[in-house]
Design a protein around this ligand. Structure first.
Ligand code: PLP
Length: 402
């Protein structure tokens, strides 16, 4: 037998990047394993355990042999009914269970939605800074990401003018995320409605990622485009239980769309994964049918930490961040320290590595979100660690300033 050199793998290898937020978490974990007292500001997940009633529902589900079998690709009927009821009560629009597909987390819902909407070469407009998965999922679905650069001065918000400038006859989808990961920005109702109106008028799709809809601390949350586009002619919604119910590990999300999109999404899912784990689906159902009390409890803690972190960061020399009112992130301008002031630190990536290696504090560099010169801070960590971690950041800056 002749052994040859390895046959080429897919060119996707040169196109797709790994999740940047995972890279920093891995590096922080390695240092922790070596006994270093690392404090992580990188995690995009609540530091709370999932509610007790969720865990109980999962245990009961695991004991029932019915749940040991395949179930409908679109998700259990009872969960889709619970999603429909929750959407009606909390998001203020009506959706039939038949217009929902349950997915392995919001992340899979985004990829499936983009695969359902795009043809090769179609353009997806992505406001930048963006959540790291959007461009990669666009590329995986054969689309072309087109970025709208936003600025701190405009609270990282896009305008109609920006949309007009970037639109081509290939523009097919606008990705929309408010409250935003990574900036924590929340669009006001009138601002959002202006954007929705533009998308509908231009006969494009809006892919609205509503994972953080319940995590806002001041004012009102952004209304969903589905409130206006009742027939979902131009709207696809992505949501899930990860953030609002502290259930990131259970991997339950969903997409909401019209029949045509749903049928294609079901075809894709039937070939890719079949149903989501029945145990996780029944756990998610327990979360949704027990209301938002758990979310309110987390919100009180997140808000306290948000206010503390905002004050502390903005008091540090040449660091600043806008007053984020949603999700659990601050997006900190660190550009002053990315120009060689610290030996071998010439970017926010270098700056974050320096903070991790020298002060054992882990932040996610802005490069991951398309915004060099910034770093993302997640305040979903306990109060003591938050305080100690920010004291270390303050000390790091004092050490440079002499
Ligand atoms: C904006 C946004 N959308 C979607 C997701 C996906 O969440 P999951 O796949 O855990 O449901 C995340 C997770 O970090 C997110 O931040």
């Amino acid at each position: 037998m002749t052994l040859n050199v390895m046959t080429e793998i897919s060119k996707l290898d040169q196109i797709i990047k790994p999740s940047g937020t995972m890279l920093i978490s891995n590096k922080a974990r390695e240092l922790r394993e070596k006994g270093k007292p690392v404090i992580g500001f990188g995690a995009g997940e609540p530091d709370f355990a999932s509610p007790e009633y969720v865990v109980k529902a999962a245990i009961n589900a695991a004991k029932d042999p019915k749940n040991h079998k395949y179930s409908p690709v679109a998700g259990l009927e009872s969960l889709r009914k619970a999603i429909s009821n929750s959407v009606m009560s909390h998001s203020k629009y009506a959706v039939e269970p038949s217009n929902i597909v349950v997915t392995n987390g919001g992340k899979q819902a985004i990829l499936t939605a983009l695969m359902s909407l795009l043809d090769r070469g179609d353009e997806v407009i992505i406001p930048s800074p963006y959540w790291t998965t959007y461009p990669e999922a666009t590329l995986l679905a054969g689309g072309k990401p087109r970025f709208i650069e936003t600025s701190k001065e405009n609270d990282f918000k896009i305008s109609i003018n920006d949309l007009e400038k970037i639109k081509t006859d290939k523009s097919k989808v606008l990705i929309w995320c408010s409250p935003s990961n990574p900036t924590g920005v929340v669009y006001a109702k009138n601002e959002a409605e202006e954007i929705y109106d533009w998308v509908f008028k231009n006969n494009m799709w809006i892919l609205s990622d509503e994972l953080y809809e319940h995590l806002i601390y001041e004012g009102e949350t952004t209304p969903s485009p589905a409130i206006i586009d009742k027939d979902l002619n131009n709207t696809v919604i992505v949501n899930g239980v990860s953030k609002a119910y502290a259930m990131t590990g259970w991997r339950v999300g969903w997409l909401i769309a019209n029949n045509k999109v749903i049928n294609l999404a079901k075809k894709i899912q039937s070939q890719a994964t079949s149903n989501v784990s029945n145990i996780s689906q029944l756990a998610a159902e327990a979360a949704l049918t027990n209301g938002l009390e758990i979310t309110q409890k987390m919100k009180i803690a997140f808000d306290r930490r948000r206010r503390f972190a905002l004050e502390k960061i903005n008091a540090i020399n040449y660091l600043s961040c806008i007053k984020a009112t949603g999700a659990f992130y601050l997006f900190v301008d660190v550009s002053h320290y990315c120009t060689g002031l610290i030996p071998a630190v010439n970017s926010s990536d270098d700056f974050c590595n320096w903070l991790l290696e020298k002060y054992f504090i882990a932040f996610v560099p802005g490069e991951v979100f398309g915004a060099p010169g910034y770093m993302r801070l997640s305040y979903a960590l306990n109060d003591e660690d938050l305080s100690e971690g920010l004291n270390r950041l303050e000390k790091a800056i004092k050490d440079i300033s002499g």
